[in-house]
Design a binder for this molecule. Structure first.
Ligand code: MN
Ligand code: MN
Length: 265
């Protein structure tokens, strides 16, 4: 039965071990498939691949993209939402419908929370449309006069880089972002929309209820699930290669997406 650990670090990022030493340690602990996921770097991959080949292990070349960090990306995203609201309001001004910005700001309460539905509500309120749907059909929907796309650039760029390299984008440890479940669902929606395929469900430090919840999210969002220790070195003894909770049974493992690795039976 393969032991698959898809999250580990070498000294090419903030890990303590060389890629070869990391692979050797993983092998000693029974890991049969290892992904090296250094932060923003794949420089350790060749050495790890060579070491894995000697030991008969399977090595998955990978990277953990942190730049721009997710918190930054989300902050930027919030700013983008506020900016989009101003652009939509300008469109309405040009259409001869003044005062939309003040109205939607009053409805939303804060500038970064303004969404298209607030504009629809405003149009309904001033009698320009008879239903919310009509507001989208006539003004706010795709290709309509007040349609302004919301950019998800940092996330989109990170996923695009992974996809261009032939990789599968996994959202790392979604339980650790200190965000509400609503915000997390928004993030996962955006991640999937730009081509993300999996959530990291099981890591060494994740609590059982969070693992269960993330497992449920993969089902709800039709995403695959990943697992890994996020091992950095022996200086963090609470994390060891190959050690993490099992994926919940309903999860489809991300390794189903690549051929040579067989799922555990
Ligand atoms: Mn991380
Ligand atoms: Mn990591």
């Amino acid at each position: 039965m393969p032991v698959i650990d898809l999250h580990s670090h070498s000294r090419y990022s903030d890990g303590a071990l060389s890629p070869a030493a990391l692979v050797a340690r993983a092998h000693e602990r029974g890991v049969t498939v290892l992904a090296l996921t250094d932060h923003d770097s794949v420089r350790g991959v060749p050495e790890a691949m060579a070491a894995a080949q000697v030991l008969g292990m399977e090595m998955i070349p990978a990277v953990e993209i942190e730049e721009p960090g997710l918190q930054d990306a989300l902050g930027l995203q919030a700013g983008a939402r506020g900016l989009r609201a101003r652009h939509i309001a300008e469109r309405f001004d040009k259409l001869g419908l003044a005062g939309s910005y003040e109205a939607v700001l009053a409805l939303a309460g804060d500038p970064d929370s303004i969404g298209r539905a607030h504009f629809a509500q405003w149009l309904l309120g001033i009698g320009r449309v008879n239903t919310m749907q009509q507001a989208f059909d006539r003004y706010l929907g795709q290709g309509k006069p007040a349609d302004v796309a919301l950019p998800w650039m940092p996330l989109e760029a990170a996923v695009a880089v992974i996809r261009a390299a032939g990789g599968h984008a996994v959202l790392a440890h979604p339980g650790r972002y200190d965000m509400t479940r609503t915000k997390l669902r928004e993030l996962i929606t955006a991640f999937k929309a730009v081509g993300g395929v999996a959530l990291e469900v099981a890591t060494a430090t994740e609590k059982p209820d969070i693992v269960r919840y993330l497992g449920q999210l993969t089902t709800q969002f039709d995403l695959y699930a990943s697992q890994g220790s996020d091992f950095h070195g022996a200086h963090m003894p609470w994390i060891e290669l190959g050690r993490f909770p099992p994926l919940p049974p309903e999860c489809r493992p991300v390794w189903q997406l690549w051929q040579p690795v067989q799922a555990p039976v």
